[in-house]
Design a protein around this ligand. Sequence first.
Ligand code: HEC
Length: 150
Amino acid sequence: MRLTRYAAILAVVAGAVLATGSILAADGVIAKRQADMKAMGKEMGGIKDTLAAKGDLAKVQAHAEAIRKILAEVPALFPAGSDTGPTDALPAIWSDQAGFDSAVERADGLADALGTAAGTGEIAAATAAFAALGKNGCGGCHQSYRKPQG
Ligand code: HEC
């Protein structure tokens, strides 16, 4: 009798510990993806400044590559269970994973195209590719999968 009760209490405690653990893990992955997103924002800022200054387009290529590296990690930073907590991620990420994955791919393709455009050395082409990445790559995903920013 007593043993069964202890076992039951232990099971409850173990469950609580596990639940707390996964909440902490979710907060960690949320912080990580937000930091990665901010880092992509910085890269975009660097591109904008370089283009505005009609600067070295090799820098734009490097920023575009850095964005692609981060994008490659994005799908893994939205694991199941990380939909609650201090996050602006929308539930559609998990209910429409194929759509989310293709939004990552679209952004990656546009970052790749920006690198190529910058490689031609033409500011106008790079500027157009940069605008497309911002609008359809970053913005395209945010529109469907991130809470509207107030
Ligand atoms: C495939 C979808 C997707 C793509 C592509 C994407 N983002 Fe995000 N972004 C998100 C989601 C979802 C969030 C909310 C994350 C959270 O709060 O957990 C977010 C949040 C952010 C944030 C706020 C981070 C914070 O501090 O809370 C910034 C800045 C950002 N993204 C910039 C960018 C830039 C710049 C690009 C393009 C180079 C980009 N994102 C591409 C989905 C995307």
